[in-house]
Design a protein around this ligand. Structure first.
Ligand SMILES: [Zn+2]
Length: 580
């Protein structure tokens, strides 16, 4: 889940003026301001649209370089797989095995060369046809080739399907090079599986202006290896393989979950943080060769940095770590305490966190304030996000005391949100294009309840007003109301994304909580999390969970907040009064 919230963080300011010098300033000198930013929806649209520019030459360049890459799996026998569910704890192992059945799996052997800005990899995907029909081809997504990843590219160098070498593997590339159609020699029947071996070269962004997560930064930088390898495209029974380029700001239909066995080699002086668990580590000259297992997860991401330090704590059977530049040790410790509390509280309320590890990377982000994937969260740094209030129509919040303190509370709100995504959005997934409200609105509201528990009602309420009420009321002013559940309407996204999906969405879940009370609200979410762990849900699943836990018919409430566009500022006021 990408939380690209232009409302409350400096993201927007960085997106518009991201000179390297400015970014360095952010790193070395904490800045003062971090309080609520009042951006209009229109400004947000402009900012979001300003980040997609791609040099088409990058892909071609990568393809050229790829020809010299060595690809191990063409010749070598497969390495033995370790315990496939090793990243999970206790009951989650059985839960996952039942939920995902016989999942797809990835075995990846890759080398990251920060000097050249490349990742050379070999992978074997075992794809299982879980659809009802025989498939004549399988589609791999090459996400970094999309416009969302300026300057980054993946080239497929070699391709084998079911042991047969495919000459000219790039013949199946879509025009925009984000999808590769992989032909299967005989249609793959339902339940059948096939092995696809791919040699690939990923070229990371060559400069600091790439404007995306997956970046090659100037030293001492942070490298994001995100969606850095060819990955099975999402498949929807009604639409087949989804070929359209992904829109990272708004997500898309859920990817399938898979098991991962990844061996990643990189210079030993880089501190690596990844999805899943480290199970082996070996020094090879100046390099470290590290092997990880992960899953079930939508993807395997890695982040590398020269000077990260880590702090960690145990929560139940899991370990939570915060990784940050050594200059941020103090805020990292505070973030750890807060994340620890959130993870423990959510585990109590919604069922135990399923993974052995939760890694949180705190780093200055170019775009976006937070990102949550299974077991791996990235959040922007508190205090280092410079913001010049003169740039925008800015109103300081009335409760402001110490701006740094406000920044830290904002950061804690972000942590509460991203940690909650481990349940809503990561374990229980939904079609994010059509139903983002049930992921982001729910996550946002649950985060407010956690803030209330840890920082008190006054702070939680203030954050809710800043982050949900205010953006929604502003949107009502500027654009009018919109329907939160976008079922059947995949267009008109940016205009409504923040104010509607997060703002109105969160208020809708507050309305449900007020109606059914805390005990039924939590019981519903606990049952929903258990019933749909590692699965994909629809809005009906969520509504039914609330209805069966409370015994109430929530039809009208649900329609008011999520399915109609007739809510007024008075309705919001009434709700806040009822919640007080
Ligand atoms: Zn979110």
């Amino acid at each position: 889940m990408y939380d690209l919230n232009a409302h409350r963080r400096a993201t927007a300011a960085e997106t518009t003026s991201r000179s390297p010098a400015r970014r360095r300033d952010h790193r070395s000198g904490p800045t003062r301001h971090g309080v609520a930013r009042h951006l209009t929806a229109r400004m947000m649209i402009a900012l979001v649209l300003s980040v997609s520019l791609v040099p088409a030459a990058a892909a071609a360049q990568a393809a050229d370089r790829g020809t010299v890459a060595r690809h191990a799996f063409e010749a070598e026998a497969p390495i033995p797989s370790p315990d496939a569910f090793a990243a999970l704890i206790g009951a989650a192992r059985e839960q996952a095995a039942t939920a995902v059945g016989d999942p797809d799996s990835y075995v990846i052997e890759a080398r990251f060369d920060p000097g050249r800005g490349t990742v050379n990899g070999d992978m074997r995907i075992t794809f299982v046809n879980r659809t009802d029909e025989a498939l004549a081809d399988v589609v791999l997504s090459l996400l970094p080739n999309s416009n969302d990843y300026a300057g980054v590219a993946i080239a497929v160098d070699t391709l084998r399907v079911g042991g047969h070498r495919i000459d000219q593997p790039n013949r199946g590339l879509s025009e925009d090079e984000t999808s590769l159609l992989v032909p299967v020699s005989r249609p793959l029947p339902p339940g059948g599986s096939i092995e696809i071996a791919v040699g690939f070269t990923t070229t990371l962004a060559p400069d600091d202006d790439a404007g995306n997560y997956l970046e090659l930064d100037e030293p001492p930088g942070t490298w994001f290896l995100e969606w850095w390898y060819p990955i099975l495209a999402p498949y929807e029974p009604s639409r087949g393989w989804l070929l359209a380029p992904p829109v990272i700001q708004t997500g898309r239909a859920p990817w399938g979950v898979a098991l991962y066995d990844v061996t990643l080699t990189m210079p030993n002086d880089l501190h690596a943080v990844t999805t899943g668990d480290l199970i082996e580590e070996r020094l090879v000259g100046a390099d470290a060769r590290r092997r990880y297992v992960a899953g079930p997860t939508e993807a395997f991401h890695a982040i590398a940095d020269e000077d990260f330090t880590s702090v960690s704590a145990e929560v139940g059977d899991s370990i939570v770590r915060v990784h940050a530049d050594s200059s941020e040790a103090e805020t990292a410790r505070r973030a750890l305490t807060f994340a620890e509390q959130a993870l423990a509280a959510y585990s109590d309320r919604f069922g135990a966190y399923p993974f052995r590890e939760l890694d949180i990377v705190q780093t200055p982000l170019k775009m976006g304030m937070g990102y949550s994937s299974e077991g791996l969260i990235v959040v922007g740094s508190p205090l280092s996000e410079g913001y010049d209030e003169d740039e925008w129509d800015y109103e300081p919040p009335p409760f402001e005391t110490d701006p740094d303190e406000v920044d830290l509370v904002t950061h804690e709100a972000l942590l509460a949100h991203e940690v909650a995504h481990q349940w809503w959005g990561n374990s229980v997934r939904s079609d994010y294009v059509a139903h983002a409200f049930m992921v982001e609105g729910l996550t946002e509201y649950v985060a407010f309840t956690q803030l209330e528990a840890s920082l008190g009602e006054k702070v939680a309420r203030r954050v809710m007003v800043d982050d949900a009420v205010q953006p929604y009321i502003e949107l009502l002013d500027y654009e009018g109301d919109e329907i939160a559940d976008r079922t059947g309407r995949r267009d008109l996204w940016y205009a409504t994304h923040y104010g509607i999906v997060y703002g109105k969405g969160a208020l809708g879940f507050l309305a449900i909580n007020v109606e059914i009370g805390d005990a039924a609200f939590d019981a519903a979410l606990r049952a929903y999390a258990a019933d749909h762990a590692f699965g994909v849900t629809t809005p009906e699943d969520l509504r039914e969970a609330f209805e069966s836990a409370s015994g109430e018919d929530l039809d009208e409430l649900w329609r008011t907040w999520f399915e109609t566009a007739e809510t007024t500022p008075d309705d919001v006021r009434d709700l806040l009064r009822a919640a007080a």
